[in-house]
Design a protein around this ligand. Structure first.
Ligand code: PHE
Length: 339
């Protein structure tokens, strides 16, 4: 018996030398449940007692050797065929790099940083809002056509609850909670029932700002916008304010920055004027202050609001607003450098 095992050991050593066997065939012959080695182990009980020790040693030698040879044969098979065989198909072949911030998050954080340098805090509020905070407190009278300026998604046909159409609702909550001085910005997602196109989407991000104190004037507002334009778009950025209308501010204005008209892209994004609209702003309407429990005889304030997608689109020359929401890795990788 022991001689038989020794003969098998020699056989396996020969295979080890010339690697002449497929690993699976080797396993079946020697190591599998019905293989030779298992067989030798099963015969152990019928071996006479005085031979048991030696018998045990040789089959263990054979078993260890066979396992080594099987491993070597497998490794050979893996490295042949030009390494195309992967043992574990779920194993990663290369490490994944770190991700990077979405351009909307980068721009949002940069804007927050610019305003927090001059004392603005950040406030947040719910995305599902009641009529009071989204409209009524902001001087949108019921049935007033101004409500149509922002097409609204109502929740479950209940006219009192809707997805907020702007983050001005957060500012109402800030004013209700605290007396001036208030200096806060509210970044967040907003929703409007608009057709999806290269320039608009039913969901986008805004940052709105609010400053309320004694003797806040339009000059203060203009200075803050100039500070923002210089910080975000570059020193000495030219700005201009055009009269506009919002129910919650009086007077109201749209802000343009001078972008330039040097090439075809400038023509396209500024519609041939060189000026680019970046935000709406104005002095908070006294009706809004009263509605939020702030005395308009004592306090005044300004507000402004901008769309983050638009601002980021201009800065990075992104041609289609829908790209922000598709999570296409090739688009996101463009911003890998950390912006
Ligand atoms: N809430 C306005 C909008 O969504 C933006 C705005 C904010 C305008 C504050 C003026 C003052 O269009």
């Amino acid at each position: 018996m022991i001689e038989t095992i020794n003969a098998v050991i020699e056989e396996v050593k020969a295979i080890q030398k010339d690697r002449s066997m497929e690993p699976e065939a080797f396993r079946m012959k020697y190591l599998a449940k019905k293989g030779l080695i298992t067989n030798f182990f099963q015969e152990f009980k019928s071996v006479p007692n005085e031979q048991k020790r030696e018998y045990g040693q040789v089959i263990n030698t054979l078993k260890n050797l066979a396992e080594d040879v099987y491993g070597a044969l497998k490794a050979d098979a893996g490295s042949s065929a030009a390494g195309t065989r992967i043992e574990d198909p779920t194993k990663r072949t290369e490490s994944l790099g770190f991700g990077q911030k979405h351009p909307i998050s980068s721009v949002r954080d940069e804007i927050i940083e610019i305003f927090s340098r001059v004392g603005f805090d950040v406030s947040e509020g719910p995305e599902i809002e009641d009529d009071w905070h989204n409209f009524s407190a902001l001087n949108f009278p019921e049935e007033h056509p101004a409500r149509d300026m922002q097409d609204t998604f109502f929740v479950a046909k209940d006219p009192d609850w809707a997805l907020r159409t702007h983050t001005s609702s957060v500012q109402v909550r800030a004013m209700e909670k605290q007396q001036p001085p208030i200096r806060t910005i509210s970044p967040g997602r907003v929703f409007r029932n608009e057709a999806i196109s290269t320039r608009s989407h039913c969901m986008f991000h805004q940052i709105e700002g609010l400053y309320i104190d004694k003797d806040v004037s339009f000059a203060d507002l203009k200075q803050m916008i100039q500070y923002f334009a210089d910080s975000f778009f570059g020193k000495d950025t030219k700005i201009r304010l055009r009269p506009s209308y919002f129910p919650f501010t009086e007077p109201s204005a749209e802000v343009d920055i001078y972008w330039g008209l040097e090439n075809e892209i400038d023509y396209r994004i500024t519609k041939g004027t060189g000026w680019l609209e970046i935000m709406g702003c104005g002095m908070v309407d006294p009706n809004v202050l009263s509605a939020c429990g702030i005395d308009p005889e004592v306090y005044s304030g300004y507000a402004f609001g901008m769309g983050i997608e638009r601002i980021a689109m201009n800065r990075y020359q992104i041609p289609d607003l829908r790209m922000y929401f598709e999570n296409d890795i090739r688009f996101l990788q463009l911003f890998e450098s950390g912006l």
